[in-house]
Design a protein around this ligand. Sequence first.
Ligand code: G6Q
Length: 541
Amino acid sequence: MSQSALRRLPAWQALQQHAAVLGDKHLRQLFADDPRRGETFSVEDVGLYLDYSKQRIDADTLRLLRELATACELPQRTEAMFRGKRINRTEDRAVLHVALRAPRGEQILLDRHDVVAEVHEVLDRMAAFADRVRSGSWLGHTGKRIRSVISIGIGGSDLGPVMAYEALRDYSARDLTFRFVSNVDGTDLLEATHDLDAAETLFIVCSKTFTTLETLTNAHAARDWCVQALGDEKAVAKHFVAVSTNAVEVKKFGIDTAHMFGFWDWVGGRYSMDSAIGLSTMLAIGPEHFREMLAGFHAMDEHFRHTPYERNLPVLMGLLAIWNNNFLDAATVAVLPYEQYLKRFPAYLQQLTMESNGKHVTLEGTTVDYATGPIFWGEPGTNGQHSFYQLIHQGTRIVPCDFIGFAQSLNPLGQQHDLLIANLIAQGEALAFGKSADEVRAEGTPEALVPHRSFAGNRPSNTILAQKLTPHALGTLVALYEHSVFVQGVIWGIDSFDQWGVELGKQLAKTTIAELTAKDEPKLAHDSSTNTLIRRYRQWR
Ligand code: G6Q
């Protein structure tokens, strides 16, 4: 098979040769060669400081990566996205999450229609609704004020809202309880509702299509719970609102479209936390903070669109990810926030990165002959240090890490924040420089233990610091990853905005459910494993 166009590019080939030469150079050496390396390879903008000096790169690596970006037409592709071109080719859609945070008055035309005006119309409706709920003037069916909000959704209609709520909890109305239900496992809904008073509970049903099995099943069960508790079908009007693009289905469910908050087909699920899908976020932190978060997103959008690649945060992050993935053969990325409020950030990023770039064919439909999206995973620090960091330090695989931290704690408690950040900084240092056998010996370690206690080092990481976790900072951080994912997708020449694998999942269970629940023994025509599993479940259920 002939090589793909990407691998034939001079910049790609030069990077391959460069990796062979640089590959053996230890970070210790690279730091010794340039005493100012820490400053050379770091950049600060829109409130974020990115230190990428502990990546296994030199100035040539970056130059070649930038050449690769140009050869892959990153500037043109970026402009195409910002200008609303239909860059999601397999779904023939524009990709305009950047319009969700464009300031009022700015214009982005899609089919000669200004989408920014529409965005702000919805934001204003959301704000008016959020104010009513937060102030207690929106009353439930029996006249009680709302005390609990349950957001029902899944995937892109859940992970963003959950992550943002947890991340910005410090800014949230503490007299309101927020819960999120996504799994079709009834336990999720039952645990979320069991201690709540239906008369004080508001459900937000979040579904772009309003046809997703899990969400609709949970929404129907929630409606039954509410109607049963309040003894009146009419209660639905005061206890259910919807976020969707599908007014017909919302109406069918029984939600008045006056209580529906819309968005558009040009917002991908995993890029929708700053659309009406973020209604729960706005209810929690209030419209003003929500707008601050949008301003953070927008600041990063502008930075991405206009900053030269040498200092462009998402471009640097994206290109370094390409380097690690395609030239150093790192198959995964660990994202390690040293911030308890970001505990759901790795899960959120898993969808953003893996659903976007987990693709095996190019936009033209040819099978790729290079690795695409890496596996993302992670946990907040310092917890991970006591479990999986062992493998990162001393295992046989390279795991590039993104360390994320904030200089100021939202909950100062004695020296705890300094301890937290000391750990973040020390981990990156240890990964990069390791500990040689001689250093271990010099500590008086018995010879037999020296190999066990030595660390090779040379393990790459990024460190991302911000001053404080604010709504604005969260916006910049999420947009940083969104655009970094885009950069990688452009280099690989794939469609980062479709998700046919997810669509498959939405189809598959349909036949199986009928077979699991049929009254008479069904005729099964699957493979022998699937047939046996179905029979065993029927016996045991
Ligand atoms: C996201 C995906 C997927 C989607 C869910 C929920 O990019 O498309 O995770 O968000 O399947 O879909 P609905 O919002 O249509 O219910």
